[in-house]
Design a binder for this molecule. Structure first.
Ligand SMILES: [Zn+2]
Length: 235
């Protein structure tokens, strides 16, 4: 195998590894936000429960305040009893007290229902708080693991870049320019192995004579279809 093609094969191997590592690193934020979904969901649930229990607590306070007001009103009414002169007035007075007492009974029942609901909501809220904590811990584990992997890929990347530079220095500038153009156009693949008169890059057949030339690995020959530089390697 002649030098230029050998160097290009090495360069392609390094570039493929560099691209794979960059792809991995680029995908990390997306992977974290995917893992973030259950946490977001449980946080939303928790927030809803917190809002609900706050609303119930406020409702309870309001109803209790109303209770106090009515009790105060009844107290005042009862204090007025000795001043009532006629029987008719007295009957009306008793009726008024009775209706206020009925209202108290109604509100007390309401308060009990609110307390029941509040109790259930607070229990659910506690459970959801545990879920949020667990999801946070899980996410932290994933994030640490990914950070570790990224750091190791970054380290390998700097080694690969140094290795790449050493090879690029050995390649003729115009050959390197062609390689880079093909690399960009070919989605990261500038070189294709040829096998049984088929280009490994685009799967198209090539003229038999071209394959004969490619097998020698002497010249830089391009696939007539995808333009990639062809090489031959014994399996
Ligand atoms: Zn091709």
């Amino acid at each position: 195998m002649k030098e230029p093609i050998q160097q290009l094969i090495k360069l392609q191997e390094i570039d493929s590894r560099i691209l794979a590592k960059r792809l991995f690193i680029d995908k990390v934020p997306g992977r974290i936000s995917e893992q973030d979904e259950p946490l977001k969901l449980s946080r939303q649930n928790l927030e809803k429960m917190q809002q609900k229990s706050e609303a119930l607590q406020k409702k309870k306070r309001d109803r209790e305040k109303t209770l106090e007001d009515i009790q105060e009103k009844i107290k005042k009414m009862k204090a007025r009893t000795p001043d009532i002169k006629t029987n008719k007035e007295y009957q009306a007075h008793l009726k008024e007290i009775e209706s206020s007492e009925k209202e108290i009974g109604k509100i007390e029942e309401e308060v009990l229902l609110i307390m029941d609901d509040l109790d259930r909501t607070l229990k659910l809220q506690k459970t959801e708080e545990v879920v949020v904590r667990q999801e946070l811990e899980k996410l932290e584990v994933v994030r640490k693991e990914l950070d570790r992997e990224v750091a190791s890929h970054e380290k390998e990347l700097s080694g690969l870049k140094a290795e790449r530079l050493g090879i690029v220095n050995l390649i003729e500038p115009d050959v390197y320019t062609l390689y880079m153009r093909l690399l960009r156009a070919g989605g990261g693949i500038a070189l294709s192995p040829a096998k049984n008169e088929v280009c490994g890059g685009c799967d198209m057949n090539m003229p038999p004579q071209l394959f004969v030339e490619v097998r020698k690995n002497e010249e830089l020959l391009q696939c007539p279809q995808c333009q990639r530089i062809l090489f031959y390697r014994e399996d």
